[in-house]
Design a protein around this ligand. Structure first.
Ligand code: G3P
Length: 217
């Protein structure tokens, strides 16, 4: 499973990259705003800065909601850097745009996906990635992980190439469960990745090994 980090914070992206297990970055307008990145030029520059830190794909989201606007913005974003994947919302105009981008060699991430039907449509249109938001489903007492399993089943039934990118991952158990189900990618905060490191028996074991070494040296 690929590990993406879901942030526009350059320090966190650097830290995840330095850990050596980072495969990409996802952003959205809220995450950009959280870092105080505003204004079209600053936002575009920030995407390039992110691409220069990470080796893998970087999702950059369009703001337009009409077909022509999505195409114009998406082409501009894709031109920025070869690692950019254009993030397009799951709306009717977005589906049309995903099909257009697929036909024109521009990679896409279909975002704001909350049902298996939406994911099926994204794959039919030729999305590179589909982003089901599992945490936000959990927030409204609906099983987000079950959606990942449903999409996995559907995509495997027909051999769709679209990669399942579990988004709105909130914690380490989400990461682990996504891996069990067979999600292609997960995107979450750095803490959700670092949580995989932790086990008290590792800490106790290491402490004892080091103490025993010291006794003999
Ligand atoms: O990748 C989607 C993500 O940014 C949404 O996460 O935690 O705001 O639901 P969250």
């Amino acid at each position: 499973m690929k590990f993406f980090i879901d942030t526009a914070n350059l320090d966190q992206i650097r830290e995840a990259q330095n850990l050596g297990v980072l495969d990409g970055v996802t952003t959205n307008p809220s995450l950009m705003a959280k870092e105080g990145i505003t204004g079209r030029n600053n936002i575009l520059k920030h995407y390039v800065d992110i691409c220069n830190i990470v080796d893998g794909d970087v999702s950059a989201e369009v703001i337009a909601t009409d077909f022509e606007g999505i195409i114009k913005e998406g082409e501009e974003l894709a031109e920025l850097h070869e690692q950019i994947v254009v993030k397009v919302p799951m709306i009717k105009e977005g589906v049309k745009a995903i099909k257009y981008f697929a036909d024109n060699g521009i990679r896409t991430n279909c975002t704001l996906v909350f049902s298996a039907g939406q994911a099926l449509l994204a794959a039919k249109a030729g999305a590179t990635y589909v982003s089901p938001f599992i945490g936000r489903l959990d927030d409204i007492s609906t099983d987000g992980l079950n959606l990942i399993a449903e999409i996995r089943l559907i995509y495997d039934n027909y051999g769709y190439d679209t990669q399942i990118l579990a988004a709105s991952v909130r914690h380490t158990m989400h990461v682990l469960e996504c891996a069990k189900i067979g999600s292609d990618v997960m995107t979450g905060p750095l803490s959700s990745i670092e949580g995989l490191l932790k086990h008290p028996l590792t800490d106790i074991g290491l402490e004892k090994f080091l103490a025993d070494y010291k006794k003999g040296n």
